[in-house]
Ligand binder design. Structure first.
Ligand code: APR
Length: 235
């Protein structure tokens, strides 16, 4: 474990699966029941805003019924105790990392519990139903809120900060992501290019599995706490 100071961790839907949040791909995945083009693009929102709002309202409402699992908790513990630099980049729009207590956290694909007002441009914490066209908490105008979610065809948040962290990290760890969606799927190659060691923890080999120095296959709730304990023992 020597020479590790800066860590970048990427998480995907797999880390929240054991909490009961649906993943995207695979037999019971969200994209089996919905067409991406119908609910997760700016074009879909322009065409049928009500349907898109209801899709995200339903997913937002489900957050009340789920809790962080041991994988989220272990990453929060690592964040609290790791003396070096650490950045947790999540593709997840749930708030389970936040609720577990992770601080050095970035939601690159947005957040269900955030609203983006297309009238004033501001983002605000949001609970409830956007399909009811509530007023923006910042500018009080009605009917201009959209889910603060990065849809297909849109630019993920804070890419410059992520690229810088990848360039400076000694260890890149990917957890519970299929590696099907760029730019996140390319982070492992960037990190390797800059000399980082790379580790993946996933139920099945991801699409980019061959780019990792090490792959551990299994459930995040089993693998992540063991990995964190190991890392902290050697600090
Ligand atoms: N532990 C670890 N990994 C798991 C678990 C688990 N308990 N359960 C499932 N997985 C793995 C699956 O094997 C799969 O490889 O998690 C991965 C989930 O993949 P996806 O459903 O494709 O989710 P993700 O990679 O986060 O998707 C990326 O795609 O639709 C967009 O914007 C959306 O952020 C999302 C992006």
């Amino acid at each position: 474990m020597e020479n590790i100071n800066n860590i970048v961790i990427l998480t995907g839907a797999g880390i929240s699966a054991e909490s009961g949040v649906a993943t995207f791909r695979g037999p019971d995945g969200l994209w089996e029941g919905h067409r991406v083009e119908d609910v997760a693009t700016p074009e879909a929102f322009a065409r049928d805003p009500d349907m898109v709002q209801k899709f995200y309202d339903e997913r937002r409402a489900k957050l009340d019924a789920v809790q962080p699992n041991p994988a989220h908790q272990a990453l929060a513990e690592l964040d609290q105790k790791w003396p070096g630099d650490l950045l947790l980049v999540t593709q997840n729009v749930d708030d389970l990392h936040d609720r577990a207590g992770s601080q050095r956290l970035l939601h690159m694909h947005g957040e269900l519990r955030s609203a983006w007002c297309l009238a004033c441009g501001e983002r605000s914490p949001f609970a409830g139903k956007m399909a009811l066209d509530p007023a923006c908490p910042k500018c009080d105008q009605f009917g201009h809120l959209r889910p603060d979610i990065v849809w297909f065809g849109e630019m993920p948040y804070q890419m410059e900060r992520i690229e810088l962290a990848l360039a400076q990290c000694d260890l890149f760890v990917s957890i519970g992501t299929s590696g099907a969606v760029y730019p996140a799927a390319g982070f492992v190659q960037s990190a390797r290019h800059y000399g980082a060691r790379t580790l993946e923890m996933n139920l099945d080999p991801s699409e980019g599995s061959l780019y990792f120095h090490e792959s551990r296959m299994g459930k995040a709730g089993d693998l992540v706490p063991v990995w964190v304990e190991d890392l902290l023992t050697n600090v």
